[in-house]
Design a protein around this ligand. Structure first.
Ligand SMILES: Cc1ncc(COP(=O)(O)O)c(C=O)c1O
Length: 453
């Protein structure tokens, strides 16, 4: 049985679209204390308020390295030389493209689809508009055969066209220009919540090595995980569910093919502290981490978010952040997830909605993806939900890879995303119930031939 629907007035707005943390989950007092310590300690605020090192605030790099080692357990401990402090995953994606791609040489961008749609503009801005390609997501997280075929065909064409040299990016000792970028969120993907299997992660690394591709993984939800079974004896795992694609590049077939490697892990404090912190980290080989720090905007004044990095460092070095994740975020998101899922099971599955894959043992992130019963269309359903029930949801077509128009694998008008991180917890089940009302009416209209979209 789903949690009883909350006493919400029928037409109160319910927002299951917004992918932000609920304000109650922001660690305001922890941040307030951390900033007070930082701003009253000269050895912290002096470097914090000055231009900092290109690769970022050293104590934070050190503490991030230690923290990642204890969470991911890679075969070799993470060292601070592999870490660059960033302005968050989105800002850093732009920096990665500035340093490691050239739009005249890098052939295209492969994006696991449905994709985190806001990444598309970042690729467009780096000169790749019209060259973003959707790779379908299958049960195991990426259709590797599709990607392999696509890489092979593109490479043959590029060779025939004589795409041999970067044109816009002069050679520098700290940069390597890759032929391809593969973009994915392997763990608790936005929007599908899928987790890429270990086997697929390994296949992906091998393919990237073969085709000189840089895999950029947004590993922004990894820490937000819980058992899918509400009554599990170990509800909140403290260790990563699977090794990152980066960790696999670290050991597979003897480790990275060269000093650059083929993977960057893009991490963020946005989902752990608050998106307004605009602070994150990137981990890669030392060579790539250093190259990233040499992007023009970091060379001019040091890594972004220098002052915030000192606050974050206070929280990490004292385990306050780790405790916040374990004691506040994991239980709160797990509770929100279970409430929403139980309402989905009660109200939506009986109408023919389906979940995209078999339930995994661990769930995480912010989102649930739902496939619609035919003949419902996502855009129409989202519009009706807003008009009839004052309910906002995300229509699947939002998550198409921009500009990849001829690809039949890039159509998601048969799915919707609902987010359980933002709305008040007491409104989650009610939001799902309202969605069921809208869907039921639309399905009845379809049965009587009155459904038009
Ligand atoms: C997959 C993914 N990457 C990146 C971001 C944004 O990260 P940041 O706030 O660090 O730029 C989000 C936020 O929703 C996301 O879902």
């Amino acid at each position: 049985m789903a949690a009883p629907a909350a006493p919400v007035r029928p037409k109160d707005h319910i927002n299951l679209f917004r992918g932000w943390p609920n304000p109650a989950l922001l660690p305001v007092s922890d941040l307030s204390r951390a900033s007070t310590v930082a701003l009253s300690t000269p050895s912290i605020y002096e470097p914090g308020l000055q231009y900092g090192p290109d690769e970022g605030y050293h104590p934070l790099r050190q503490h991030v390295a230690r923290w990642l080692t204890s969470f991911y357990h890679p075969r070799e401990p993470v060292t601070q030389d592999r870490i660059c402090i960033t302005g968050g995953a989105s800002q850093n994606l732009a920096c990665i493209l500035q340093v490691f791609t050239d739009p005249a040489f890098t052939r295209n961008i492969w994006m696991v689809a449905p994709t985190y749609y806001l990444a598309c503009r970042i690729f467009d801005d780096a000169g790749f508009a019209g060259r973003l390609r959707a790779v379908p997501e299958d049960e195991e997280g990426i259709d590797i055969k599709f990607l392999e075929r696509g890489l092979k065909e593109t490479e043959e064409k590029a060779i025939a066209e004589g795409k041999n040299e970067p044109k816009y990016k002069p050679p520098r000792p700290w940069r390597k220009i890759y032929k391809y970028v593969i973009y994915a969120t392997p763990t608790f993907a936005n929007p599908s919540m899928k987790v890429m299997s270990l086997r697929r992660r390994e296949q992906l690394v091998r393919l990237a090595r073969q085709y000189d591709a840089l895999i950029v993984t947004d590993d922004v939800y990894d820490f937000l995980q819980w058992s899918s079974a509400p009554d599990s004896a170990t509800p909140y795992p403290t260790k990563a569910y699977l090794p990152r694609v980066l960790d696999i590049d670290g050991y597979l077939d003897g480790g990275p093919q060269d000093e650059w490697g083929n993977v960057i892990s893009n991490g963020s404090f946005s989902k752990l502290l608050g998106p307004g912190a605009r602070t994150g980290w990137a981990e890669s080989t030392e060579k790539v981490a250093y190259g990233l720090s040499q992007t023009g905007s970091s060379r001019s004044g040091g890594a972004p978010s220098q002052l915030t990095a000192t606050f974050v460092d206070q929280l990490l070095s004292t385990s306050i952040l780790q405790n916040h994740i374990a004691n506040v975020l994991q239980p709160a998101y797990a509770e929100r997830y279970h409430r929403t899922m139980s309402a989905v099971r009660e109200y939506l599955l009986p109408l023919g909605f389906t979940l995209p894959s078999k339930p995994q043992e661990i769930a995480g992130g912010y989102f649930i993806w739902l496939n619609l019963p035919r003949p419902l269309l996502a855009n129409d359903l989202a519009q009706r939900a807003m008009e009839e029930e004052n309910l906002k949801i995300a229509s699947g077509d939002l998550f198409e890879v921009c500009g990849d128009t001829t690809n039949v694998n890039n159509r998601f008008d048969d799915g919707v995303r609902i987010c359980f991180s933002w709305e008040e917890a007491c409104k989650l089940a009610e939001g799902v119930r309202r969605l069921a009302h809208v869907a039921r009416r639309a399905l009845m209209a379809a049965e009587t031939g009155r459904y038009q979209n």
